[in-house]
Design a protein around this ligand. Sequence first.
Ligand code: PMP
Length: 429
Amino acid sequence: MSRSEQLFERAVTCIPGGVNSPVRAFRSVGLNPKFISRADGAYIYDVDGNRYTDYVGSWGPMILGHNNQEVREAVIRAAENGLSFGAATEAEVEMAELICSLVPSIEMVRMVNSGTEAVMSAIRAARGYTGRDKIIKFEGCYHGHSDALLVKAGSGVMTAGVPDSAGVTAGCTKDTLSAVFNDLESVENLFRENDGKIAALIIEPVAANMGVIEPEEGFLQKLRELCTDNGTVLIFDEVITGFRLQTDGAQGYYGIRPDLTTFGKIIGGGMPVGAYGGKREIMECVSPVGNVYQAGTLSGNPMAMAAGLAELRILRDNPSIYGHINSLGDLLRRSLRDLFEKYGKNYQVTGTGSLCCVFFTGTRVTGYGTAKTSDTEEFSRYFRYMIEHGIYLAPSQFEAVFLSNAHTKEDIAEMLNVVEGYLKEAATR
Ligand code: PMP
């Protein structure tokens, strides 16, 4: 029995499903998870010594590749001064200044410990600011696991086929309204039916938790206008897209200015971090200035700030990184489309920048309903073939392929080779 299988046997007896986050389980693809011992650059190694080219990148933070030397050294230096003070530090000021300088819509920012917390807090701030209760989210968008947002959520919720979660009371979700991604009419209807009651509209500007789905031309702009007209706080959840598409995220990429933005992943460089920020007048509602309470023992933790600052400074100072990862993304999408065409498969290849996704369907994917048309059995066979041949993908149809600065054209060529092997094998079935 492999070490991974041995560890899994132990893990399932004392950790639910053997994992500390459901997206790490390989259940939906009919396997047990690999236990990882280390990672470096584009590669990840399991406890049995197998090497995989990694296209998960810890679900986004590892945009520079794994175990980046500057980030690692910054953390070690910070650790030498103590792990946590629960008091104000210089690094937190530097982090806030850096985020404000890179993202024009952010005038003030508060650090938290996860994307979930960032979203939960941003929603609370929006409600406090507007004095309204209701929020609009989009089906298939995932905004973390706080009660009010576990309504028609994506990511692991979608993979498990459970649209909602047990343990969330009707009271917690009664003010959460769901609209359809890329369907403006669904949003307009909600605004009309709930006139003057909508505190916030939250969206992943590029949906990346139901596979990857781009906003259609003009969609985000229209949402901006609807929010402005209705006095509703527009929140971009940039936990995935922030500092990934470019330094000012999807909002810079699409030229939209949200009122609040949530971050996570990349801003922590691999440490547990989240942040929310935006318009000064909204952020000044937050405690201790205003009466929206939000706090955190470990928020702005020195090591997390050190890792995040090192990572963000590298991204700021080396714009060629975005040139590299975005062109690898273009290459991957183009080549996958060519391959599928060569083998007579009408699969959908989606994504933008360094995010990519394959849907095993002939239907154009524009939102939750069409994402669900993907043949997840086919995805499972594809996933198993890929991992057997050294390509580590997210073990779910409804997640993204994440590229990093450590990936090379050669890595992409290797991946395409394996995909072609899969298509050849599938043809014999
Ligand atoms: N928002 C989005 C868009 C996400 O992708 C995620 C996590 N993948 C979250 C929020 C929640 O972040 P965390 O897992 O750090 O709580």
